[in-house]
Every structure is written in structure tokens, then in C-alpha cells.
Design a protein around this ligand. Structure first.
Ligand code: FAD
Length: 463
């Protein structure tokens, strides 16, 4: 890692959330000291905090993210299981409705996803990231209740961060570092901070399906019922959806979603009524046997937004961007945390190979590409007038993905590859492999199952 005359082998991470802690892990061993500035004070125990407002909502860690997390911080998946995280094998343990019917429950054992509340996931990752750093030569200091309010340096190089204490006198001071990592999440102010340094903001692409979420926690009365989640996503003809999954402590999270004009309500009675208006009554029926444990929480900022810091000239020296600060996704695809982990892994790999921060940022972008293509391809039918327009290639992707999804619901061969790509364990090019493309385009369209399947089917032979 390049040294800076003032900062030495030091790094400063803005945001001590998931991407911030994974940035610490990626930088451990490459710098002598890391200072994390976190706006919040971490709560006692594994509790919700204001700085991560989406943490009230259902979060699934896809197998691609789980594997990246385990590579970054070995033993974390077991630690999450000990903390109560549930494992859901896809598609066996997540009953999924598609526009053509219910997905068949193949017992593939290729994609274990984790279902756990965000406060638990964040706390476990934080504990392990800080513990791993403590056992290394890198010294890590976390400044809680400290908000980054600007960058220092000039148009060519970032040399540090201006911070303001959130306690007491709210004093402002400048912290210097050889490398600054923005991991401040979807509310990142880096484009505005660049302007103050005399730089242009990075090129930004948005595709907004206008999705809103509403989430409530439940406990099923029949604790002997099978621990199988349910996913009823919306689609253009029925733009309301639901996902109901087990989390730690025997609790379940129900997230309802809808595009513009179909936003789920946050009033408890209306929320329950809305659950009866999605593509299938199954989830609504399950609620009859469950006790609500929380109020209903809403969330609206769910836009796919990508900032192209990896493009030539877009990144000042001494600066790197990771996690949602770089790229956010429509959450219905469950990709954001996985992309943060894959990005951190890419940073670690680049730095270990002696690469520059610009190369690391390009690696972060490559790690986000598959998820971005999938989310944007699927969301185009809902995009708003203000969004970046789709090229012919993207329109073709949307058409192909729609056919592929219908085929994947019933075809074990197409389904296995579809899940490999959408769980972020294989490159999207696999979806175009000749035998997948032929089955997708030429085999006749057939419906999925008429009702949520109770029976599990054997695994197909080979991918
Ligand atoms: C409703 C919803 C549901 C989602 N569901 C899923 C899912 O199922 N699966 C999935 O993989 N992803 C999901 N995501 C995406 C996931 O939440 C994010 O990708 C993930 O949190 C990104 O981590 P991050 O560390 O970049 O940002 P965050 O987790 O938002 O953390 C940002 C941190 O920075 C701190 N911070 C912010 N500004 C400052 C500042 N100026 N100074 C100091 N500190 C600051 C905050 O306090 C916080 O600690 C969902 C998102 C939403 C909105």
C-alpha cells in the first residue's frame, strides 16, 4: 500500500457498519493503524440502532455473500449459527411463487442462505472483525458517536476526514490518513464532499422500481411447524409481494413490498389486510397462526443506484468506496450485503497482490457487476421517467431473464444455473451457456406447481 507523507501507513474508514467492518478486515495487515469513525454509539447487546434504519427489515445473506464472508473472517458462519441464524437451502427451504406458478423444491444443497436479523449479523461480524484485527499487527480504533462531515485534501488527493463529535460540545477536527474508505452506506455524502474539494461527482446510474417495504416480526403459535420460508415476489401483473422467513429466537420476519401505487401500509390492521392482496393467499393464511411481536416498520428508499468510482479519473488518490456508498440495490433481490462482502474480498485480494487503490476500486466494481445486471435487468419494467434509459442490450437481458425465471421454476438444469448466478456464486455468462439458452428459448413454456409444494424433490445430477 502506498504511503502518504502525512498519513503514513494509516487508514480511516467512514462508517462502522457491515461494509466498514469488512473494510477493516480487508485492510488488516496492509496498514499499521485503522481508525473507524461511526456516527452512532453501538448499542449494548445485539439491538437496533438508528444509523442502519433498514435493519428492521428482512435480510437474507445469499450463498455468494456467505462464502465471501467466511473467506474474509473464517468461522463467522458458525458464529452466526450459534447466535441463532437460520440456514435456508435454496430452493428446498424457501417456497417461492413465480408468475407461472410455485417453484419446485429441488434438494440441490448448493445454496445455503442465512436468515437472521441485521442487529445480530452486524454485531457478530463486528466482534469477529475487531477480534481478528486485534490478533494482527494492525491497530484498530473505533471512534463512536463521531460523524464524518467532509473530506480534507484537494481535487487530486484525499488526505483525511473532517469529523464532528455527536457527544457534548460537538467539536469538529480533522483526522489525517494515507487512505480513506467511504463505507457510510446508502446516505453517503461523497459526491457533495468531492464538490467541496473541487472535483466532479462520479457518474451515477439509477434505476428505481419505486418499491416500498413494510416489516413486522411474528412468532408462530405452532412451534412444530416446518421452518420453511415463503417468498411471493411481485411482478408487473401483480406488483405486490411478501417474504416470510424464520430468524433467531424462534421469531419470523414478514416483509411486504409493493411498487409505486402499491406501497404496503404501516398501520397494523391494514398491513394484515395487504398481505391478503399479494399473488397467493398462503402467507396471509400463515399469519392466522402467528402472534405479532412488533409494530410495522416502513422503508421507501430502495432505488438501484450505482456510482462509477472505478472509471478513469473518477477516484482521487488515497480514497476507496465500498458497500452501499458505492452501489445500492433494490432489496427484494437480497444482494447488498453479499456485494459488500465480495467487494471487501476483492480489495483484500488486490492489495495482497500489490495493487493500487484505483485497481482495488475496479475490483470492487467487477464484484458488483453480476448483482447490478440482475437487479437492473429485472427492474426495468418498473423504472421511472427520471431513471437512466435502457440500451438494446439491457432490454434483451430483461426479455431473456423473464423467460429464464419461468423455466428455472420447473427445470432442475436451468434452475441450478439460475440460482448459481442469482446467489452470486457464478458469473452471469453461465446463463448464456448453450444448453441453458436452448432450454430457455426453445422448450415450451410450462406452468409451475399450482400450490405451495410440501414434497421435496431429489437433486438433479450435475449443474
Ligand atoms: C429495506 C432493505 C432490505 C434489505 N434486505 C437485504 C437482504 O435481504 N440481503 C442483503 O444482502 N442486503 C439487503 N439490503 C441491503 C443492505 O442493507 C446493505 O447492502 C448493507 O447494509 C450495506 O452495508 P453498508 O455497511 O454499506 O451500509 P450500512 O449497513 O447502512 O452502514 C452504514 C454505516 O455508516 C454509518 N454512517 C453513515 N454516515 C456516516 C457518517 N457521515 N459518519 C460516520 N458514520 C456514518 C452508519 O451509522 C452505519 O453504521 C437491504 C436494504 C434495505 C434498504
Amino acid at each position: 500500500m502506498a504511503e502518504h507523507s502525512n498519513g503514513g501507513r494509516t487508514a480511516l474508514v467512514i462508517g462502522g457498519g457491515l461494509a466498514g467492518m469488512l473494510a477493516v478486515t480487508a485492510l488488516t495487515g496492509h496498514v499499521d493503524t485503522i481508525t473507524v469513525v461511526e456516527r452512532d454509539r453501538y448499542p449494548q447487546g445485539r439491538a437496533f440502532r438508528k444509523g442502519v434504519p433498514q435493519a428492521r427489515h428482512l435480510h437474507i445473506l445469499l450463498s455468494g455473500g456467505e462464502r465471501a464472508l467466511e473467506q474474509l473472517l473464517p468461522g463467522t458462519v458458525d458464529a452466526l449459527a450459534e447466535a441463532g441464524a437460520r440456514s435456508l437451502e435454496l430452493p428446498r427451504d424457501l417456497l417461492t411463487l413465480t408468475p407461472t406458478g410455485w417453484q419446485r423444491r429441488f434438494d440441490e444443497c448448493r445454496h445455503r442462505t442465512l436468515s437472521v436479523t441485521r442487529p445480530v449479523l452486524d454485531a457478530v461480524v463486528r466482534e469477529r472483525a475487531l477480534r481478528a484485527a486485534a490478533g494482527s499487527g494492525t491497530r484498530v480504533e473505533v471512534l463512536e458517536a463521531t460523524e464524518a462531515v467532509g473530506l480534507t485534501g484537494d481535487a487530486r488527493r484525499v488526505t483525511g476526514v473532517r469529523v464532528r463529535s455527536r457527544d457534548g460540545a460537538r467539536c469538529v477536527r480533522d483526522l489525517t490518513a494515507g487512505l480513506v474508505v467511504d463505507a457510510s452506506g446508502r446516505g453517503s455524502r461523497t459526491p457533495q464532499w468531492f464538490a467541496a474539494l473541487g472535483r466532479t461527482a462520479p457518474h451515477e446510474v439509477t434505476v428505481d422500481a419505486g418499491i416500498a417495504y413494510a416489516t413486522r416480526m411474528y412468532r408462530p403459535r405452532d412451534t412444530a411447524a416446518p421452518e420453511v420460508g415463503v417468498n411471493v415476489p411481485g411482478w408487473p401483473a401483480c406488483p405486490r409481494g411478501a417474504a416470510y422467513v424464520p430468524v433467531e429466537d424462534g421469531n419470523w420476519l414478514l416483509t411486504l413490498s409493493g411498487v409505486r401505487g402499491h406501497h404496503p401500509p404501516t398501520d397494523a390492521a391494514e398491513f394484515t389486510a395487504f398481505s391478503a392482496t399479494i399473488g397467493d393467499p398462503y402467507v396471509h393464511e400463515l399469519l392466522g397462526g402467528a402472534e405479532p411481536l412488533s409494530p410495522v416498520y416502513g422503508f421507501r428508499d430502495t432505488c438501484n443506484r450505482r456510482r462509477h468510482f472505478e472509471r478513469s479519473g473518477a477516484l482521487p488518490d488515497g480514497f476507496l468506496v465500498l458497500g452501499d456508498a458505492c452501489c445500492t440495490f433494490n432489496p427484494v433481490y437480497g444482494q447488498g450485503m453479499s456485494v459488500a462482502a465480495l467487494g471487501a474480498l476483492a480489495v483484500r485480494g488486490t492489495l495482497a497482490g500489490g495493487g493500487s487503490t484505483a485497481e482495488a476500486q475496479r475490483a470492487v466494481a467487477r464484484a458488483a457487476d453480476p448483482a447490478w445486471l440482475a437487479a437492473v435487468g429485472a427492474d426495468r419494467p418498473y423504472a421511472g421517467a427520471a431513471d437512466t434509459g435502457a440500451g438494446a442490450g439491457e432490454r434483451l437481458i430483461t426479455w431473456y431473464l423473464e423467460r429464464l425465471a419461468a423455466r428455472a421454476a420447473i427445470d432442475p438444469v436451468v434452475g441450478a444455473v439460475y440460482r448459481d448466478v442469482f446467489c452470486l456464486t457464478a458469473p452471469p455468462a453461465r446463463l448464456l451457456a448453450p444448453r441453458i439458452a436452448l432450454r430457455t428459448v426453445f422448450l415450451p413454456r410450462r406452468p409451475g406447481l399450482p400450490a405451495p409444494p410440501t414434497a421435496v424433490e431429489g437433486a438433479p445430477s450435475g449443474p
